[in-house]
Write a protein that binds this ligand. Structure first.
Ligand code: PGA
Length: 236
């Protein structure tokens, strides 16, 4: 069985109240489902920082294992860095940290250098990095900094035109890119992201070089997110 990963990225969405409603609906869908445990699927939920303590207290009661991830992590250690959330603060709360999402590279000044610093911070606290890339140059920069990245990291490949546009890349194109990424970094898990929906997820799961999907918009809807997890469970 191929191991598949489904990562939900909520981005800058949902109030505390919205998160509670999402969780209640998600929990009832999981409990109603005939195939609750999906041993070959790793589900990772990356809500905003403010939601992490709530989910950490509630996900454990589900009959489906859902790991938590941060959407970013500070490039600095704990200390006088106002507004930053350090790896120390996240340690024990999340298992994964997304690093270098294209929205952060484009709008919030993230660079290959900050990605490098963040990978180091995450690793020092045993938080698994999920570096997001859109271009092979970003992959090469990561390999130059961390030639052994394949031994602990995951890549989320997201072509810019596919993000939030409703126009996903084709599974074949995405697979070809995943294969190029693996030619640079080695045989690590490469996820595809960009307009993944319940209707198109299985096409990506079937590809030989793709190990799962990153889901933005559709993860905000607990029904759609769970459908994608179930589709991974029957595709592995
Ligand atoms: P989308 O976002 O699924 O809404 O296209 C994907 C992402 O940016 O992670």
């Amino acid at each position: 069985m191929k191991k598949l990963i489904v990562l939900g990225n909520w981005k800058s969405e949902k109030t505390l109240q919205d998160a509670t409603v999402w969780m209640e609906t998600f929990a009832s869908l999981v409990r109603q489902s005939e195939r609750q445990q999906q041993p070959d699927v790793t589900t990772i939920l990356c809500p905003a920082f403010i939601h992490l303590p709530y989910f950490s207290g509630h996900l454990g009661s589900l009959p489906l294992r859902v790991a938590l991830g941060a959407q970013t992590i500070s490039a600095y250690p704990a200390g006088p860095y106002t507004g930053e959330i350090s790896a120390d603060m996240l340690s024990g709360l999340v298992s994964y940290a997304m690093i270098g999402h294209s929205e952060r590279r484009r709008l919030l000044g993230e660079t290959d250098a900050s990605v490098r610093a963040k990978v180091e911070m995450a690793r020092a606290r045993e938080i698994a990095p999920v570096v997001c890339v859109s271009e092979l140059d970003e992959v090469r920069a990561l390999h130059d900094a961390y030639p052994d990245y394949e031994t602990y990291g995951t890549i989320l490949y997201e072509p810019l035109a596919a993000i939030g546009s409703g126009q996903p890349d084709t599974p074949e194109n995405a697979d070809a890119k995943a294969s190029e990424i693996q030619a640079i970094l080695g045989k690590l898990p490469v996820l595809y992201g960009g307009s993944v929906k319940p209707e198109n997820a299985s096409g990506f799961f079937a590809m030989p070089h793709i190990s799962g999907v990153g889901v933005g918009g559709a993860s905000l809807d607990p029904g759609k997110f769970y459908e994608i997890i179930e589709s991974a469970g029957s595709s592995g």
